[in-house]
Design a protein around this ligand. Structure first.
Ligand SMILES: Nc1ncnc2c1ncn2[C@@H]1O[C@H](COP(=O)(O)OP(=O)(O)OP(=O)(O)O)[C@@H](O)[C@H]1O
Ligand SMILES: [Mg+2]
Length: 276
C-alpha cells in the first residue's frame, strides 16, 4: 500500500471544499505546514510497508501527537477543532488540521461518495465500511503518518471511533468486522487523545438545523438518518469511551460554548502536562 501518485501536489495536499469548510471555522488550510507529501521511505515494494507496519504510535513518541475530535452530528467538533489547533499552535507546535472521511484529494472523493444523498442506488453498508477505511488508508499514508514522522501534531475531525459509532452502532455492523479492517489499515496505530463531545441527540439536531439554515445547506446522507440511528451512534461512542478511558475524554458538549471550551482546554492541558 505504497501511494506514489504522480499527480500528487506535494506542496498542496488540500482539497477545495475541505479548505473552505475549515477556513469558515477559522482554522485555515487543513494542510497548512505540510511541505512534502511524505517522509516515508519509498524504495519500490519495501519502504512504505515497513513504515506503515511500525507498531502503535512509536513514531511520534516525544514528538507530534495525534488528537481526534469525535461525536455525533452538530455537537461542535469543527468549532472546537479550531480551538484545539489554535491552542497547540500558541504553544509553538506545527499543527496539521484535517478531517475524516477525507483529508487528501482522493480521500475527499471517497467522502463525497459516502455523504452524497443523491442517487437511486443505495450504498450497501459493507461498501460504506470499506470506503471509510479506503479513505482512511489514503489519509494515513499521505497526511497523518508523514506529519507525525516529521514531528508535527495532527488534529483530526473524526477517526476510527466514528466508524465504530456510525457503521457499527448506526448500521449494525459487528465490531469484530470493523476491528479486522482497523488492524489491516492501522496496524495498531491509534490516537494519543480523543476528545468525545457528547450531548443529547435532540439538542445537537437543533444546533445542526441552526447551522444548516444559516448556510442554506442540505442535509447529507448521514444527517438524513432517523433519530434512532443517532441515538445508537451516541451509545456506541460512549461505549468506546468506557472501553478506553485512558485515551478518550468525554466532554459535556450540551453546555454553552464558553463552558464547553473551558472544559475542553482544561482536559487538554492536563494531557499536555502529562506528555511534557
Ligand atoms: N456549545 C455550543 N453552544 C451553542 N452552539 C454551539 C456550540 N458548539 C457549537 N455550536 C454551534 O452548533 C453548530 C454545529 O457546530 P459544529 O459545526 O462545530 O458541529 P459539528 O460537530 O462539526 O457538526 P457536523 O457533525 O455536522 O460536522 C454550529 O452552528 C456552531 O456554531
Ligand atoms: Mg463539522
Amino acid at each position: 500500500m505504497c501511494h506514489n501518485d504522480p499527480d500528487w501536489p506535494a506542496r498542496d495536499a488540500g482539497d477545495r471544499p475541505l479548505r473552505r469548510s475549515y477556513a469558515r471555522n477559522g482554522v485555515g488550510s487543513v494542510h497548512q505546514g505540510i511541505h512534502s507529501a511524505s517522509s516515508m521511505v519509498r524504495h519500490p515494494g519495501a519502504g512504505c510497508r515497513e513504515s506503515l507496519e511500525r507498531q502503535g504510535n512509536q513514531g511520534n513518541q516525544g514528538k507530534g501527537r495525534f488528537i481526534t475530535l469525535e461525536g455525533g452530528e452538530g455537537v461542535g467538533k469543527s468549532t472546537n477543532l479550531a480551538l484545539v489547533v489554535d491552542h497547540l499552535r500558541a504553544r509553538g507546535h506545527e499543527v496539521v488540521a484535517t478531517r475524516e472521511p477525507g483529508g487528501t484529494p482522493r480521500a475527499e472523493v471517497m467522502r463525497r461518495l459516502l455523504l452524497d444523498p443523491a442517487g437511486e442506488e443505495p450504498l450497501d453498508p459493507d461498501a460504506e465500511l470499506l470506503l471509510v477505511f479506503a479513505a482512511r488508508a489514503q489519509h494515513l499514508a499521505r497526511v497523518i503518518r508523514p506529519a507525525l514522522e516529521r514531528g508535527a501534531w495532527v488534529v483530526c475531525d473524526r477517526f476510527t471511533d466514528a466508524t465504530y459509532a456510525y457503521q457499527g452502532g448506526g448500521r449494525g455492523i459487528a465490531a469484530s468486522r470493523i476491528a479486522e479492517l482497523e488492524h489491516f489499515v492501522q496496524q495498531g496505530f491509534t490516537p494519543d487523545l480523543t476528545l468525545l463531545l457528547d450531548m443529547p441527540v435532540g439538542l445537537a439536531q437543533q444546533r445542526l438545523d441552526g447551522r444548516l439554515q444559516g448556510q442554506g445547506g442540505e442535509r447529507d446522507r448521514f444527517e438524513r438518518e432517523r433519530v434512532s440511528f443517532f441515538e445508537a451512534v451516541r451509545q456506541a461512542y460512549l461505549a468506546r469511551a468506557e472501553a478506553a478511558p485512558g485515551r478518550v475524554v468525554v466532554i459535556d458538549a450540551g453546555a454553552g460554548l464558553a463552558a464547553v471550551q473551558a472544559e475542553l482546554l482544561a482536559r487538554l492541558d492536563e494531557r499536555l502536562e502529562a506528555w511534557s
